[in-house]
Design a binder for this molecule. Structure first.
Ligand code: SF4
Ligand code: SF4
Length: 171
């Protein structure tokens, strides 16, 4: 991964989903309070920024949506905020590529049982600057053909899961 590109994307995403209001106060920071088994997949090459850091562990696993071997980062629920990975900065949004190749940001259905912002099912509740910055960051990142292909694969696989997700929301 291009380091300059990555640093630009993470600086754009240095902004909370609700702006100045800390959304962790809504839920006691549930997305940071998993077990040592919980974590997030990193983008290809992103692991270089976390190797040797004492606050996290890295392990190579198969990412279930794309089938790609990617690094999985686990933490103990705290990290230096300025070092948090892209997945943490983007959540509760998820970049999705439509069939026409357009980038959309959607609420991440993986957070349905975790995050009150996903449960509210209204993307408009997120701060406009957060949405705007996330869109700019992901547009930049998708300029990298490897990342574009990964997001395209994940989006296509996710589309197949949608009927199940709708069922979950109805419960
Ligand atoms: S679970 Fe959602 S509301 Fe809670 S801290 Fe994480 S992003 Fe914010
Ligand atoms: S890396 Fe940081 S922001 Fe991400 S889950 Fe762990 S403590 Fe939370």
């Amino acid at each position: 991964m291009d380091e300059k590109l990555y640093r630009k994307a993470i600086s754009l995403l240095d902004f909370g989903p609700l702006g100045r209001m800390d959304c962790g106060r809504l839920c006691q920071k549930r997305c940071c309070s998993g077990t040592s088994e919980d974590g997030m997949f990193l983008l290809p090459g992103e692991e270089a920024f976390f190797q040797g850091k004492s606050w996290c562990k890295l392990e190579k696993l198969i990412e279930p949506l794309t089938g790609e071997h990617l690094f999985f980062l686990t933490c103990s629920g705290t990290c230096p905020r300025e070092e948090r990975p892209l997945a943490c900065r983007t959540f509760p949004l998820l970049p999705v590529l439509t069939d026409a190749g357009e980038l959309e940001l959607q609420l991440d259905s993986m957070g349905l049982f975790l995050c009150p912002l996903v449960q509210a099912d209204n993307i408009e509740l997120l701060h406009p600057a957060f949405r705007r910055r996330a869109m700019r960051a992901w547009k930049l990142l998708l300029g990298d053909p490897l990342l574009y292909e990964l997001v395209r694969k994940a989006s296509a696989a996710k589309q197949k899961q949608e009927p199940w997700e709708k069922l979950c929301k109805m419960r």
